[in-house]
Write a protein that binds this ligand. Structure first.
Ligand code: 5AD
Ligand code: SF4
Length: 436
C-alpha cells in the first residue's frame, strides 16, 4: 500500500481539485502523508496566476530529483493550471525527466488510470486536454475539514481580464446542473458538513438550467435542512444581480460576507483591465449591498502595477479603499503572464514603483482591517469551530458569519459546532475571543 503526498499551490479551486485527487487515491487504497520523503506517489497541483507561483513550483520539483534517484519506484505527478500551458509542459518534459505523469485541469478524473499505466508500463504519461469536456460528476473527495466543504458549481471563465491567465488554463464557463449541486450538498450535510463554500471563477454567471441562475441556486440551497452556512467565491462585480443582494436578506443560511474583487480604483485602469465596470459603478454596488445588508463584511482582490498605471491611478485605488473600507483584501503585484494581452503592453511598471505602491496600499488596508476588527470588541459572534488554533495547542479556531478568524480557548469536542464567542480583542488579521 503506497502513501501519497500532495502539495497544492494557488486558489480554492485547486484546493478542491486536490481533495478530489486525494479521494480517488484513497479509493485505490492509498493513505496520505504530510512528508514527501515517506511518499510513494508525489503530486504537485500547480497555479499559474502569478510568476512567483511558477518559480516556487519548479524549485520544489527540483528537490524531488534526489528522492527519485534513491527510490526510483516513486511516482511523481504534476497537474493544475500550469500544465494547461504548452511551454510549461515542454519545460517539464526536457528539464525534469523524473516526472512520471502530467495531467491538466480538465481531466483530473484520469489520474487513477494514468497511475495504473505508469505502474504497469513504467512509461511516462502525458494527458492534457485543451478544453473541458462534459462535467464529470460523482468523483470522491477527501475533505480537509470535517465541518465545512468546498463545492464547485461551475468551471472556467469567459471574462478575459487582460492580466489573467485563468481563461486559458481553465477554459470556458460550464455550470453544473442544480440537481447535482443540491444532491452533493445534501450528501455532505448527512456527512456532518455545516458550511459549504460554493466555488466558481465568477459564480454570478452560473446558469444551471433555464430557471436556475446563481441567486436561485442560493434560494434552493437555503432550503436544505441542517445546512447552517452558505458562502461563495468569487463574484465579479459586473454581474452581481439584485436578486442575489436580496438573497442576503432572505436566506438565513447565506453568510453576511462577500468577496468582491475590485482590482483597481481607477476607471482608466479598470477599462484597460477589461473589467467592464468603473469605480463609481463599483462603489454604488457596494452602497446597494450595504443598504440591504448593513452588517455585511466585504473583502477584495486589489492589484498594483498594472501596465500604464500612473501615480494618479494608484491614488484612485487608495481613495477607493478608504471609501469602501474593506474588512480585508488580498493584495497583488501585477505579474505579466505569457499569452495575456497585458503582458505584451510596452508600458510595464518598474519593480521599485510596484513595490512602493504595494507597501503603501498594504499599510492602508491593514490599518482599516485593524480598526474594523477592534470595533468588534465586546460583541458576541456565532463561531463555527473549525479545529485547533495555529497559535496555541489549547486554543480553538473558527470563523464568524462574516468570515473573520477567531481564536479562543475551548475543548476540542466543540470542533464542528457553532458556538457563541465574545470578542475580546480585534487584531489586524484575526480576533481573540472567549467562549460564552
Ligand atoms: N498578476 C497579479 N495578480 C493577478 N491576479 C490574477 N492575475 C494576476 C496577475 N497576472 C489576481 C487578481 C485575481 C486574484 C485571484 O489574483 O487580483 O482576482
Ligand atoms: Fe481571471 Fe477575470 Fe476570470 Fe477572474 S474574472 S478568473 S480575474 S479572467
Amino acid at each position: 500500500m503506497r502513501k501519497y503526498f500532495i502539495q497544492t499551490f494557488g486558489c480554492q479551486m485547486n484546493e478542491h481539485d486536490s481533495e478530489i485527487i486525494a479521494g480517488m487515491l484513497e479509493e485505490k487504497g492509498m493513505t496520505r502523508t504530510d512528508a514527501a520523503a515517506d511518499a510513494g506517489v508525489i503530486i504537485f497541483n500547480t497555479c499559474s496566476v502569478r510568476e512567483n507561483a511558477d518559480k516556487r513550483f519548479f524549485g520544489t520539483l527540483g528537490q524531488v530529483k534526489k528522492k527519485k534517484k534513491n527510490e526510483p519506484g516513486t511516482i511523481v505527478c504534476v497537474c493544475g493550471c500550469m500544465m494547461q500551458q504548452q511551454h510549461i509542459i515542454d519545460t517539464v518534459k526536457t528539464k525534469y525527466p523524473w516526472v512520471d505523469i502530467i495531467f491538466g485541469t480538465h481531466n483530473i478524473h484520469k489520474l487513477p488510470e494514468l497511475l495504473t499505466n505508469v505502474m504497469n508500463e513504467k512509461e511516462r504519461q502525458i494527458d492534457v486536454w485543451p478544453e473541458g469536456g462534459e462535467i464529470v460528476e460523482g468523483l470522491p473527495s477527501k475533505r480537509l475539514f470535517s465541518c465545512k466543504a468546498l463545492v464547485n458549481i461551475m468551471y472556467g471563465c469567459n471574462n478575459f481580464c487582460t492580466y489573467c491567465i485563468v481563461p486559458y488554463t481553465r477554459g470556458r464557463e460550464r455550470s453544473r446542473k442544480p440537481e447535482n449541486v443540491l444532491n452533493e450538498v445534501k450528501a455532505l450535510v448527512s456527512d456532518g458538513v455545516r458550511e459549504v463554500m460554493l466555488l466558481g471563477q465568477n459564480v454570478n454567471s452560473y446558469r444551471g438550467d433555464e430557471k436556475t441562475d446563481f441567486a436561485e441556486l442560493i434560494y434552493r440551497l437555503n432550503e436544505i435542512e441542517g445546512l447552517d452556512r452558505i458562502r461563495f467565491m468569487t463574484s465579479h462585480p459586473k454581474d452581481l444581480s439584485d436578486r442575489l443582494i436580496k438573497a442576503f436578506a432572505d436566506c438565513g443560511s447565506l453568510c453576511r460576507n462577500i468577496h468582491l474583487p475590485v482590482q483597481s480604483g481607477s476607471s482608466r485602469v479598470l477599462e484597460m483591465m477589461n473589467r467592464k465596470y468603473n469605480r463609481d459603478q463599483y462603489m454604488e454596488l457596494v452602497d446597494r449591498i450595504r443598504e440591504t445588508v448593513p452588517e455585511i463584511t466585504i473583502s477584495s482582490d486589489i492589484m498594483v502595477g498594472f501596465p500604464g498605471e500612473t501615480e494618479e491611478d494608484f491614488l484612485d485605488t487608495l481613495d477607493l479603499i478608504e471609501r469602501v473600507r474593506y474588512d480585508s483584501a488580498f493584495t497583488f503585484l501585477y505579474s505579466p503572464r505569457k499569452g495575456t494581452p497585458a503582458a505584451e503592453d510596452p508600458d510595464q511598471i518598474p519593480e521599485e514603483i510596484k513595490h512602493d505602491r504595494f507597501n503603501r496600499m498594504v499599510e492602508l488596508i491593514n490599518g482599516i482591517s485593524a480598526e474594523k476588527n477592534a470595533a468588534m470588541e465586546g460583541r458576541v459572534e456565532d463561531v463555527l469551530v473549525e479545529g485547533a488554533s495555529k497559535n496555541s495547542i489549547d486554543a480553538l479556531a473558527g470563523r464568524t458569519d462574516g468570515f473573520k478568524l477567531v481564536n479562543f480557548r475551548g475543548d476540542r469536542s466543540l470542533i464542528g459546532q457553532i458556538v457563541p464567542v465574545r470578542i475580546t480583542k480585534g487584531k489586524t488579521f484575526s480576533l481573540e475571543g472567549e467562549l460564552i
